[in-house]
Design a protein around this ligand. Structure first.
Ligand code: UDP
Length: 475
């Protein structure tokens, strides 16, 4: 793993190009990373697709931060349906993106201010390939836990058959080199098992291409939105990778408090609703259950109804994010929900999680949501749906012990029933031994997360060492 070589970094004149995959879960941590680089004196150019660029609201405005979108050929958006031609989409994305990166790197060099480093979020290996061809150092910014990247690595490097064989029995234990944790099939990233999503073939092929690209590099630098104390083994588990834990990447007001005005991701792709902060203000400390399934997951109407009933029956105040484009239609008890709790179409999540009224987060366990909850000291009901969320739920429940996971095996249709959701809510919100233990653990992790990013903390040292090194390698 990356050596801790320096405590101070000379950042002036560093110019970073950040290429972002067009997804909320990539944009948020990357914006925080960009803001941190700028605060250290670097110039940063951020690029994502035209469509996503226009969707992002309240982009950060900083003198040394600029935005330059590129067209992937789908400037009005790309709708994934059964008939979508993935191959065409992928090849256009790559072809147009590669041309854009080439032109940008060359023109900046010709104008006398070359890029020092290209940082890209996963699934854009072509961006790194172009940069490498033009002798610009690269680093991937991995937006999930280090452990998930390890699992993908092993899956594509000799352990695919072992995993496939093992997962035939639901109760088996999967052991992978360097990872102390035994995994059951339900803990694996969903792509490895195959799910019902029509996105799977596209995403699995993109992950495979990403891993193939990393194979071509000798010791690829991978910045990870985690911190050493959180995943001490996982970021060292694959010798080939030079994984550098630099997280948690969330606005500084929630971390070191150095800049209390920095509360925003500046990257919402949905418009936040009004009134939810005032509603939270009206609630006593640690009483509110916040429910959100992130920017992408769509739950079935049946599942939404079960969640609604569980919330209403348990009598807790709740703030529930139901996105406007959720296709499930109106809930039968919508009026009652509006009366007893608060429904928002979108919110500024870190602000919600850090509000004193928060007592519990019912989450799909997207990595950003998980780490934001940890940083804000809010215990979780882990309700994973797909991708890395299942592995994250395992870490939340069994390793960091800051949440309780719902049992998906309750119903033949895979719907988690209201009794199970209520059971989890009662454990997390209750005054029993387990609830106390969860709250104590999450307070501990919150403290460690803050330490990691303050001066002298592990993530800060790793980041400085990375920046010093980039300076030496740059052209
Ligand atoms: N988020 C938000 N408001 C909401 C719901 C989510 O700001 O109402 C943010 C959240 O803070 C997180 C991101 O959207 O940073 C979601 O990322 P995550 O990795 O948790 O899940 P994904 O959306 O990628 O499934």
């Amino acid at each position: 793993c990356y050596p801790i070589a320096s405590t101070h970094s000379t950042m002036l004149h560093h110019r970073f190009l950040l290429m972002l995959y067009p997804a909320q879960g990539h944009i948020n941590p990357a914006f925080q990373f960009a803001k941190r680089l700028v605060s250290l004196g670097a110039h940063v150019t951020i690029s994502t697709t035209v469509f996503m660029h226009h969707r992002i609201k309240n982009k950060p405005t900083l003198a040394s931060l600029s935005f330059l979108p590129f067209s992937d050929g789908y400037d009005d958006g790309f709708t994934l349906t059964e008939d979508t031609n993935y191959t065409h989409y992928k090849s256009e994305f790559k072809r147009r993106g590669s041309e854009f990166v080439t032109d940008l790197i060359v023109s900046n060099a010709e104008e006398g201010h070359p890029f020092t480093c290209l940082v890209y979020t996963p699934l854009l290996p072509w961006a790194a390939q172009v940069a490498r061809g033009l002798h610009v150092p690269t680093a991937m910014l991995w937006t999930q836990p280090a452990m998930v990247l390890d699992i993908f690595y092993y899956y594509f490097h000799g352990y695919g058959d072992y995993i496939a064989e093992k997962t035939k029995e639901a109760s088996c234990s999967i052991e992978l080199p360097g990872l102390p944790l035994l995994l059951a099939p339900r803990d694996l990233p969903s792509f490895l098992l195959g799910s019902d999503s029509n996105l799977d073939p596209l995403l699995i092929s993109m992950f495979e291409e990403q891993l193939d690209y990393l194979d071509t590099e000798t010791n690829p630098v991978i910045l990870v939105n985690t911190f050493e104390e959180l995943e001490p083994e996982a970021f060292r588990a694959v010798d080939k990778f030079n994984m550098i834990p630099i997280g948690p990447l969330i606005p500084s007001a929630f971390l070191d408090g150095k800049d209390p005005s920095d509360t925003s991701f500046g990257g919402h792709i949905f418009l936040p609703s009004d009134g939810y902060m005032e509603w939270l203000d009206s609630k006593p400390d640690k009483t509110v259950v916040y429910v959100s399934f992130g920017s992408f997951c769509e739950l079935s109407k049946k599942q939404l109804e079960e969640i609604a009933r569980a919330l209403l029956d348990s009598g807790v105040p709740f703030l529930w994010v139901i996105r406007e484009n959720a296709k499930e239609g109106e809930l039968s008890c919508r009026e009652e929900l509006e009366e007893k709790g608060k429904i928002a179409k979108w919110c500024s999540q870190p602000e919600v999680l850090s509000h004193p009224s928060l007592g519990c987060f019912v989450t799909h366990c997207g990595w950003n949501s998980s780490i934001e909850s940890l940083v804000c000291g809010v215990p979780m009901v882990a309700f994973p749906q797909w991708t890395d969320q299942k592995t994250n739920a395992k870490l939340i429940e069994d390793v960091w012990k800051i949440g309780v996971r719902v049992d998906h095996g309750m119903n033949e249709e895979g719907v988690v029933e209201k009794e199970e959701i209520r059971r989890c809510l009662e454990v997390v919100m209750g005054n029993g031994e387990k609830g106390e233990e969860l709250r104590m653990n999450v307070r501990k992790w919150k403290g460690l997360a803050k330490e990691a990013v303050t001066d002298g903390g592990s993530s800060q040292k790793y980041l400085n060492a990375f920046l010093d090194n980039v300076g030496q390698e740059s052209i």
